[in-house]
Ligand binder design. Structure first.
Ligand code: 13P
Length: 232
């Protein structure tokens, strides 16, 4: 099972170094672990976690290898740094920065072609769920994603992100099974995953791990979630 910590816009290089040093000594159970620091902190994370099995991924990646794209970072640049993968299509990018299904797909394809692993985020808003559109939204978002061994999907219902409102295990299971019926890839759950709800979510047969926001910023809560994974 994969547990990925999406730090969002938290932790510069100094805090990142302290976190990674603590993580090196922590008990992680059987989980495959990934941390996703902000771009400026990737290098120190890669260096400090190099002696471990813990991987480092970026929070976004552009589809061109280089060019006049102010503020963007390319897949070859991430590879040069020793980064293992990238998140694409996070709902915060979709809602706040104009990311679309098409740009998400382009980012995913370029990253995979460059040899990065990709965590592609999908998920419905609260209004979409209330209107009964969850499956339509997931179908639209998943249909553009490449069927590739390097791709993992993260089901992150927007209404559960940063709200403390977690999807029930049954709701998560239903959505994951639906996503897998469209694209046969591992699916992580994201949205207010905490140490006290991780076990029941990760016990669902189609929940293959978690993409953790707030609770990934603290070594104790992040590693408690890692230890909540079921074996295998
Ligand atoms: P929270 O765990 O803070 O709800 O964030 C989830 C998320 O957006 C992970 O990408």
């Amino acid at each position: 099972m994969l547990i990925a910590g999406n730090w969002k816009m938290f932790k510069g290089p100094v805090e990142t170094a302290a976190f990674c040093l603590a993580l090196r000594d922590a008990e992680l159970g059987d989980a495959d672990v990934v941390v996703c620091p902000p771009a400026v902190s990737l290098e120190v994370a890669v260096q400090l976690l190099a002696p471990t099995e813990i991987a480092v991924a970026a929070q976004n990646v552009h589809w061109e290898p280089d060019g006049p794209y102010t503020g963007e970072i390319s897949a070859p640049m991430l590879r040069e740094l020793g980064v293992y993968g990238a998140i694409v299509g996070h709902s915060e990018r979709r809602q706040l920065f104009g990311e679309t299904d098409e740009t998400t797909a382009k980012r995913a394809e370029a990253a995979l072609a460059a040899g990065l692993e990709v965590i592609a985020c999908v998920g419905e808003t609260g209004e979409e769920r209330e209107r009964g559109e969850t499956e339509d939204v997931l179908r639209r978002q998943v249909s553009v994603l490449p069927d590739d061994d390097g791709l993992v999907v993260a089901y992150e219902p927007v209404w559960a992100i940063g709200t403390g409102k977690t999807a029930t295990p049954a709701t998560a299971q239903d959505a994951h099974a639906f996503v897998k019926s469209l694209l046969d890839r591992p699916v992580l759950y994201g949205g207010s995953v905490k140490p006290d709800n991780a076990g029941e979510l990760l016990a669902q047969p189609d929940v293959d791990g978690a993409l953790v926001g707030g609770a990934s910023l603290d070594v104790d809560s992040f590693t408690a979630i890692c230890r909540a994974t079921r074996p295998g």
